[in-house]
Design a protein around this ligand. Sequence first.
Ligand SMILES: C[S@@+](CC[C@H](N)C(=O)[O-])C[C@H]1O[C@@H](n2cnc3c(N)ncnc32)[C@H](O)[C@@H]1O
Length: 212
Amino acid sequence: MTFDSGEDRYAGFPAGFFDRVDQSPDREFYLEPRLVAHIDERAIAAVGELYRDLKIGGKVLDLMGSWISHFLDPPQDLTVLGMNTTELKSNIQMSSWVQQDLNEDQQLPFGDDCFDSVVCCVSVDYLVRPLEVFDEVHRCLKSGGVFVNTFSNRCFPTKAIQGWGQMDDQGHVAVVGEYFRRSGGWADLHAELRTDSSSPGDPLYAVWGYKK
Ligand SMILES: C[S@@+](CC[C@H](N)C(=O)[O-])C[C@H]1O[C@@H](n2cnc3c(N)ncnc32)[C@H](O)[C@@H]1O
């Protein structure tokens, strides 16, 4: 897929790309807690190893989080933002939690330059206004701080944006990279497959960048 530039910052994404099959409010879908793993053990381990490799620590925000944040070395101060309070309160690595629907309100309830790192695991595909969310993550990160998105090849299909469902893994990597580019102010973008493609299991892709 190619993307063109335009005055509208979402120009070039195909019509309906950010629509969803289930258009009901997200709070209804996430009303019941899901205390489950959304990726297999190998992919979860790959998330933790990536966080360790990137030396993620200090004051960290887990965006679109649930009851597990996957850190091998839990950060000193971990804020988890998600939809379901039972899930959030069950997160043993969490220091504080925030319930917020990022599809209704993209403004993060945090000050400027306050997080060392922000992570978002297997969830970027649910954002209908990703550029505004990436802008807000950029605002809240300290200069040089990293924003890490990880994802696999499965999702809640009715809640993921339709564009995601229409693309393959390489397309997903390209789309998340495009979010970083269009949001702006990011440097040193990386994209990697963090699991072994020659053995079975959920793949784990990561796309990350640093606040300039
Ligand atoms: C597939 S789960 C992943 C949870 C967790 N990040 C993990 O690694 O297991 C998707 C998560 O995205 C969050 N989420 C979905 N839609 C959201 C929205 N509109 N605003 C904020 N969080 C949302 C939900 O709370 C849910 O926990």
